[in-house]
Design a protein. Structure first.
Length: 293
């Protein structure tokens, strides 16, 4: 006979994986499905993107709250919490400034994500042990993340430019030397920084906790070998970008699978997705800048 305590304990163990399944559903069947419905070569409607972004951020926040006593198992450290909380808030403030400057619309301000971020901040204030999850050799790994992000951003920007050159996406074909020279001016970084903040609070925040954080952690708790987890998360990350197939071939066949492996390796070795989030935001921002500016 199953006791009431055992039943409650079993239900508690199911909640985290169910929230993870919700994240996977939003990232795979939902996002891929709506992208296929509206056309892979077209931008998604605002409502579809809003559901995906806010739903993903909410489930991520709930998972952080639910697993708040063992966040280290999921590569969630103090640096990660800082990025997840302050990324959307700072990006929202930048967006509000741009709205008043006439360079953006109010619909581009991530108000719901900002509210969720404030809720997470309140949770941490009530549970201060959550921020005691220190990053291993934080300064060294952040430096590595920045260097890797810049190097991969150069390569990805070059490849995206080639895609533009063959008419797949709008881009500029530049040599790696030219692309590197673009990053040497302060003016370039003034353009890259707000894009980096946007990527940090969107792509990095919406994808890293899922693939390199909670998916990795739950599989490891089930006894999976981490080499197999590295390959599986990279495969799912690749499948999650299938909407690039036929639209941006270099992105689908080279950039996405390579970045999935690199980001997974960084999170694995540093035991924190703060490194993979930093690298992710950087190479997205730099790659976009080089290909389109």
């Amino acid at each position: 006979m199953i006791s009431l305590d055992n039943l409650i304990s079993e239900r508690r163990r199911l909640v985290g994986p169910l929230l993870l399944i919700g994240l996977l559903i939003l990232r795979l069947p939902y996002l891929i499905g709506v992208s296929a419905y509206f056309g892979f070569d077209k931008s998604l409607p605002v409502l579809a993107l809003t559901i995906f972004k806010n739903g993903t951020f909410l489930l991520t926040a709930l998972l952080i709250w639910w697993e708040r006593k063992r966040l280290r198992e999921f590569h969630i450290t103090r640096g990660v919490l800082v990025i997840i909380i302050w990324g959307p808030i700072l990006f929202g403030l930048i967006s509000i400034i741009l709205v008043f400057g006439g360079n953006a619309s109010l619909g581009q301000v991530p108000l719901i994500q900002m509210l969720i971020a404030f809720w997470l901040f309140w949770i941490i204030k009530r549970n201060p042990y959550m921020i005691q999850q220190h990053d291993n050799k934080k300064h060294i790994w952040i430096l590595i993340a920045v260097v890797v992000g810049i190097c991969i951003g150069l390569i990805f920007g070059y490849l995206n430019g080639l895609q533009g050159a063959i008419g797949v996406i709008i881009g500029k074909h530049r040599s790696l030397a030219t692309a590197a020279s673009l990053l040497l001016s302060a003016q370039s970084w003034l353009t890259i920084f707000p894009v980096f903040m946007a990527q940090l609070s969107n792509a990095a925040t919406l994808e890293e906790p899922l693939f390199r954080g909670f998916l990795w952690g739950y599989l490891r708790l089930q006894g999976w070998n981490e080499k197999w987890i590295l390959l599986l998360q990279a495969l799912l990350f690749w499948v999650g970008h299938i909407y690039y197939l036929g639209v941006a071939p270099y992105s689908f066949w080279i950039i996405i699978p390579l970045s999935g492996l690199v980001l997974g390796f960084l999170a694995w070795r540093s035991r924190s997705i703060a490194t993979s989030m930093t690298t992710h935001g950087l190479f997205n921002a730099i790659g976009d800048f080089i290909a389109h500016h």
